[in-house]
Design a protein. Structure first.
Length: 660
């Protein structure tokens, strides 16, 4: 008898299902994008961006679904929602536009569309000529149950629909206004929400778009004298006139005396040699002080104010290292690495030695004291009007420090920007971006052939990488003078500038680029001869042989055409020559910008450009104008295939505005 009852009730010897399983709903949400490492790190966006969110959403059984993107910023009092649409198969997509800077949270919520499912099935029954009286009552009850959740206006519409259904009017169920109302007031009792909650850092526009100019204030003095913040402020007018947005200063702090480097990195400096700005610290102070020959903190404040009046932001170098004379060396010897004999280790990259620099030991037992002091350095300069920092070699510092430091700074100052100067392995560079760095130096300098450039741009614009990694294409730096610039003459400088400025929303030039400075310390080296890192550099900015006007023209094009402020809208077009590259960018409702460039700085090239007209919004059968903003000439092109001839000694590139 007992055995029979057990069989009849389906009793089992095994344990019952866990409560967590019993509570689970019918819906599954997976493959959410953007999500960096499954949500471990934050994605990135800029205020006003259309953030497109996609996910695979499905459930057991034949019922229909509805879904929404839920999002909330630091200034939002409550969660907002944006509907998601069914795109294909089980892929859904929705979007939202963050309206302010800061850390946004977002997720996806999906639920069974009971009314939509009933409506779908009712249509099938009506079309089949079946009796639907009970189904109409079912629909009426479903609408009735949601009346309390509706607005007064919607309730009136819903009440009319209930009456019509109970009167036998099946067509009332298919009213589109009713369908929209029922989506708004849907029963979400079985809703599933994606976890963990995803986060996104929303930055101001400068985080993605800007032209940077690197300037050594100490080289702005007249007659070869040491420059000051006052002389540097006068130099800003030329920088602003060229159309730059950010002026980046190498370290401005006191420079150590011990083991000071002389010209061309020698160990026997002359008395007048100023030393390397990266050998930070002396008896005059450390990271919170300015070199006395540059002036005072008040002079620096005036410099920042002068830059602001010209539309320029000031970026400071944040180099976590010290000269042997830095106050930290005596105040906090535990922050440094020591040899067995008790002396402090200086920086080395064998066979190179940097006797004038002590690296910081991030494994010190006083980690909290070190981290708080470094954070206070950033706070100090933010208080003096600096909101952009170029971080020197961040990949040689502790990753946990960066994640904490950048997040804690941006919680209080969300408009602060951090550029990672890390020319290292790809995983490390990307890892720094995930930890919070706003922008990153890249391998652009070493991508010079057509296939290298195209392959690299496909990598950078891939959705998964572009969700968190923002490039800044510096065409040169005080450390990097590529062979292409050493040997290619002025055409090479034009080509590399154009590629940097038009491929990437953010790019940079180091002072002297406009004068075609191209002499290495020796053949095979990327170091400049008479490097400005170790000496003052007097330049004749009045030279007629200058790229200044060309730079100004291209920066003007960048500002006038919003497509150039984006990265992922890039289309690479085909050409039949390995030395000719073509690409375009376009924004909705705007003219496309098409660039065709001869990468060979030594000889003219001719090629046929095979355009993806659809990507530029051009009908395949129509003619269209391409206006070259460099030469102010206009051509009428037909179809996808068109001829170009580019002479590097005249103009190595066309920068076309395409008008259909």
């Amino acid at each position: 008898m007992t055995k029979g009852r057990a069989r009849a009730t389906g009793a089992s010897k095994g344990a019952g299902p866990p409560a967590a399983f019993l509570r689970r709903g019918h819906l599954v949400i997976e493959n959410v994008a953007p999500a960096v490492e499954c949500g471990r790190y934050r994605a990135k966006a800029v205020v006003g961006d259309l953030v497109e969110v996609t996910a695979d959403i499905f459930r057991d059984g034949p019922a229909l679904l509805q879904a929404a993107v839920r999002y909330k910023g630091p200034k939002d009092a409550k969660w907002r929602e944006a509907p998601m649409l069914h795109l294909e198969n089980d892929l859904w997509g929705g979007s939202f536009r963050p309206g302010h800077v800061g850390r946004f949270q977002y997720t996806i919520e999906a639920w069974t569309d009971r009314f939509g499912t009933w409506r779908r099935d009712l249509r099938k029954r009506v079309d089949a000529g079946q009796e639907v009286q009970l189904e109409l009552e079912e629909g009426a009850l479903m609408i009735e149950a949601r009346l309390e959740s509706a607005t007064a206006k919607d309730r009136r519409h819903m009440t009319k629909a209930i009456d019509a259904l109970r009167a036998g009017n099946a067509e009332a169920a298919f009213d589109e206004d009713l369908a929209r109302i029922m989506i708004r007031v849907a029963d979400r009792s079985d809703a599933t929400r994606f976890e963990p909650m995803l986060e996104m850092t929303v930055d101001r526009e400068r985080a993605r778009f800007g032209a940077w100019y690197e300037l050594f204030p100490r080289s702005t003095g007249a007659g070869g004298r040491h420059g000051t913040f006052k002389t540097a402020a006068k130099a800003l007018e030329r920088v602003a006139d060229m159309g730059f947005d950010v002026v980046y200063l190498p370290p401005i702090h006191p420079i150590g005396e011990q083991f000071r480097k002389g010209r061309n990195n020698t160990l026997d400096p002359a008395s007048e040699d100023p030393g390397s700005p990266w050998a930070i610290g002396s008896k005059e102070g450390g990271h919170k002080d300015v070199h006395p020959e540059l002036g005072t903190l008040k002079d620096f404040d005036d410099f920042v104010a002068a830059a602001g009046k010209l539309g320029l932001e000031v970026c400071l170098d944040f180099a976590i290292q010290c000269s042997p004379d830095h106050p930290w060396v005596t105040e906090h010897p535990e922050w440094f690495n020591h040899r067995p004999d008790g002396t402090i280790k200086y920086a080395e990259n064998p066979p190179k030695r940097y006797q004038d620099i002590y690296p910081i030991n991030f494994d010190t037992e006083d980690r909290e004291g070190l981290w708080m002091e470094l954070r206070s350095v950033l706070d100090h300069w933010i208080d003096h009007g600096v909101k952009i920092f170029r971080v020197d070699n961040p990949h040689t510092k502790a990753f946990p420090f960066w994640e904490w430091c950048i997040n804690s700074i941006q919680e209080q100052h969300p408009d602060t920007i951090f550029l990672a100067e890390a020319f290292t392995r790809p995983k490390v560079m990307h890892g720094l971006a995930k930890l919070g760095f706003t922008q990153s130096y890249t391998y652009f300098t070493w991508r010079n052939t057509k296939w290298e450039l195209e392959d690299y741009m496909r990598e950078l614009t891939a959705p998964a990488e572009a969700a968190y990694f923002r490039p800044n294409f510096f065409a040169n730096t005080p450390d990097i003078l590529h062979e292409y610039l050493q040997t290619g003459g002025p055409p090479a400088f034009k080509v590399r500038f154009l590629l940097a400025a038009l491929l990437s929303p953010s790019y940079g030039l180091y002072s002297g680029y406009e004068l075609y400075e191209n002499v290495p310390v020796k053949w095979g080296s990327e170091e400049y001869l008479d490097s400005e890192k170790y000496q003052l550099k007097a330049r004749d900015w009045s030279s007629r042989d200058s790229l200044e006007r060309y730079i100004k023209r291209i920066n003007d094009v960048r500002r006038k055409h919003p497509a150039l402020a984006e990265l992922t809208n890039l289309t690479i077009h085909g050409t039949d020559k390995d030395s000719v590259m073509a690409f375009s960018k376009v924004s909705p409702g705007q003219d496309a910008v098409l660039v065709v460039v001869n990468l060979n700085p030594f000889h003219w090239e001719e090629a046929t450009v095979n355009l993806d007209l659809d990507a530029m919004g051009i009908e395949p059968w129509s003619s269209y104008e391409v206006h070259d903003v460099v030469t102010d000439t206009t051509f009428v092109w037909h179809g996808p295939s068109n001829y170009v001839r580019l002479d590097p000694y005249e103009e190595p590139a066309h920068v076309f505005i395409v008008r259909g």
